[in-house]
Design a protein around this ligand. Sequence first.
Ligand code: FES
Ligand code: FES
Length: 233
Amino acid sequence: MSQATLPQTYPAKHGTDMEDTYAIFPTVEVTRRTVIETGTTALLLSSLPRGALAAGTGQVDPVPTSIALRINGHLHNLTLDPRTTLLDALREHLALTGSKKGCDHGQCGACTVLVEGRRINSCLTLAVMHDGQSITTVEGLAFGEDLHPMQAALVEHDGFQCGYCTSGQICSAVGMLAESREGAPSYVTADLTQSATELSDDEIRERMSGNICRCAAYPNIVAAIRQAMGEQT
Ligand code: FES
Ligand code: FES
């Protein structure tokens, strides 16, 4: 059986006095048995819950935080890990799975919801930051059995294929039209003194550029938004 011995002492970096020698490594005989036992210990450590490990390292898990969110008109009291994103709070805690997790990095727009009427990527914000606020998801846009005009227009214009981006597109388009009605310009707005109630296709494309459609249903989405815009103004 092969054996090796690790050094018992380690010479000090500074100074030459042998009294400065540190006793860092105890003598350990590395045998087959040591390796098997050490490996078993590592396996046990990796399978321990994080809280148990944190107790040994001084790390402390965050205290759960209680918040109230008004979602689609209904008040929800939640107690969450404060690191929970708004998207995960909606999907995992409230089973509102209409908002989709595409990239989880703020790059696709599939998770778009309206917070106090303004569109945001719910994967990029923490639920606790919206305590007391009103949130509208795609589930809250319809009026009973009647689709929201933006939903109806998407259906009429065949503005989706797989549908994964669609709820984000719809929420984003609703928020975008509200922004333009309030006169918010976009990067391609030529005349900042003009009202932005009538949007060109370039304006719509620019304002919706944060919502990616992997099925490339863009022409139909733009057509649907033009129709909904006419119905809403
Ligand atoms: Fe939020 Fe992609 S999932 S932007
Ligand atoms: Fe498939 Fe847009 S419809 S990603």
